[in-house]
Design a binder for this molecule. Structure first.
Ligand code: TA6
Length: 267
């Protein structure tokens, strides 16, 4: 489904409620979508904003990487077009046998910014534990001239070293090889400073304590069949959610809301 506003254009698939494109008129695309992505049942789309739920990574007792929300078919429930020209889409994940009594909705706002909110309500009589993450792929001009700021002093789990806990010492996270880090206990926004495209992307978030930063670099790029060998040079993942030590425990009757707002400025 394509959405056009006075400021921007977006695209969303009901498969995984997957926002695949968002581009402000006159700017390069904000989201990155692999040219090699599969678009088939049971497979995640490579790029855009995969919805990671109800688990992140591949826990020993779970089947498949990053949960199942991104490979299930969602339903479009409502399209709202406020007078300001923005468009708001509300989608829902049909009842899943793995999550009895769990209502899952997704609200996407398209204007001069892109917002996405994953809403999980526990209607069962048991507490619900889960991880959630909006696994956002962002377009950048040249990975060697990019830094992610706002994480100095924050602890992270280094997924390249068995999730060893470390502390970020740099003002800006740069990329000279594969980076795969789960920054924990951090509610704040981060910025992606792209010298090549002369753009700053702001990733603001609500009800999120984890920020994941990932670039696959050369070897992993080659190993992914749904990703171009050189695409690592033009993308970075900055993901917002509640992962690992920040997993969510949702009591009966409560609602969890994970929201991300992506904005950008060039020049
Ligand atoms: O972004 C963090 C991460 O967990 C990486 O370890 C990498 O596996 C990436 O997600 C992509 O996972 P996917 O299952 O979409 O290939």
């Amino acid at each position: 489904m394509e959405v056009t506003t006075p400021w921007s254009r977006a695209e969303i698939y009901f498969h995984g409620a997957h926002v695949t494109q968002f581009q402000k008129h006159g700017e390069p695309p904000l989201l990155f979508l692999s040219q090699c992505s599969r678009f088939e049942a049971g497979a995640p789309i490579r790029g855009g904003i995969p919805i990671i739920f109800p688990w992140f990574g591949k826990p020993a007792d779970k089947a498949g990487q990053h949960g199942f929300a991104r490979v299930r078919e969602w339903e479009l429930k409502e399209v709202v077009s406020p007078a300001d020209g923005s468009v708001i889409l509300r989608l829902s994940l049909p009842q899943q046998p793995e999550l009895p009594g769990c209502v899952v909705e997704y609200v996407v706002g398209v204007s001069n910014v892109l917002s996405a909110e994953l809403i999980v309500t526990n209607k069962s009589d048991q507490q619900l534990k889960f991880e959630n993450c909006l696994h956002t792929y962002l377009t950048i001009g040249d990975i060697s001239a990019v830094s992610v700021t706002g994480l100095k002093g924050v602890d992270y789990l280094d997924s390249l070293e068995g999730r060893q806990r470390k502390t970020e010492s740099d003002d800006g996270v740069g990329f000279t090889g594969e980076v795969d880090r789960i920054y924990i206990n951090t509610p704040q926004a981060v910025e992606i400073r792209d010298e090549s495209l002369r753009r700053v992307i702001n990733v603001e978030k609500e009800h999120s304590l984890s920020t994941v930063v990932w670039n696959p670099w050369i070897a992993k790029a080659k190993a992914m069949s749904d990703y171009g060998d050189d695409e690592y040079q033009r993308m970075v993942c900055v993901e917002s959610g509640n992962v690992a030590v920040n997993e969510v425990t949702l009591p009966p009757g409560e609602t969890s809301r994970l929201k991300v707002k992506l904005s950008s400025a060039t020049g």
